[in-house]
Ligand binder design. Structure first.
Ligand SMILES: C[S@@+](CC[C@H](N)C(=O)[O-])C[C@H]1O[C@@H](n2cnc3c(N)ncnc32)[C@H](O)[C@@H]1O
Length: 212
């Protein structure tokens, strides 16, 4: 990854220890279990995971599909490497590739379900707008977009410092901008609180559908 925000580059360097770190930060089974439930999979869906990281969610999704398929994309080549390694070890078939959320290398109207899990806060406001447009493009009219993203941070010293430190990284607009959802032609079907990440950062689940 040549470009990318500070936090994204840091994650790329730490791709090898991402899984144990996340396990320490959140009850992963519960966190990801809720995401898979929200997908309401029947077994034959075409699924896309944007910012797939090391692909843990995809391995869980694979077990729920009989005839469907899963694609995972991530801007970090190290993350993609980790995801491919885990997939090979587990014997699952998942199509991973490197690429940017704002220019998805997929045809229009092909996915039944699109996920972003803790990815969206890595993007600047403009990138969020472009990414939502891309998700809208690749999603079938009947499809659903499911996200797990940080909710509003508590107004405490730690979070004020955190936002200050990550101001130029996209984190400042990590909180899902609701106006963009409408602009991109989506509406919110379901929204619910998720677990706290690291005991501090609230996570919110959202299910979006295309309204155009
Ligand atoms: C916090 S990790 C989350 C990984 C995984 N989705 C999960 O739930 O564990 C964020 C991921 O988003 C990826 N990412 C950041 N910006 C991206 C972009 N513009 N396009 C695609 N992936 C991106 C990062 O490389 C990283 O793997």
């Amino acid at each position: 990854m040549k470009n990318g925000h500070f936090i994204t580059r840091l994650l790329e360097l730490g791709a090898g220890i991402y899984d144990p770190l996340l396990r320490l930060s959140v009850d992963e089974r519960r966190f990801r279990g809720r995401l898979t439930e929200l997908a309401e999979l029947k077994g034959d869906e075409q699924v896309l995971d944007i910012g797939c990281g090391t692909g843990t969610l995809d391995l869980m999704l694979f077990k729920l599909l009989d005839n469907g398929s899963i694609c995972g994309i991530d801007v970090s080549s190290e993350m993609v490497k980790q995801a491919k390694r885990k997939t090979q070890r587990s014997g699952c078939k998942i199509n991973y590739k490197g690429g940017n959320a704002k220019e998805l290398p997929y045809k229009s109207d092909v996915f039944d379900v699109v996920f972003t899990s803790l990815m969206y806060h890595h993007l600047t406001y403009e990138e969020k707008e472009e990414t939502l447009k891309e998700i809208h493009r690749v999603l079938k009219l009947t499809g659903r977009y499911i996200s797990a993203e940080f909710g509003p941070f508590p107004d405490d010293f730690f979070h004020r410092m955190f936002i200050r430190f990550t101001r130029s990284s996209g984190m400042l607009q990590g909180l899902y901008p609701p106006d963009l959802i409408e602009i991109a032609g989506f509406y919110v079907v379901q929204q619910m609180d998720g677990p706290l990440l690291g005991g501090h950062h609230p996570i919110i689940y959202r299910v979006l559908r295309r309204d155009t």
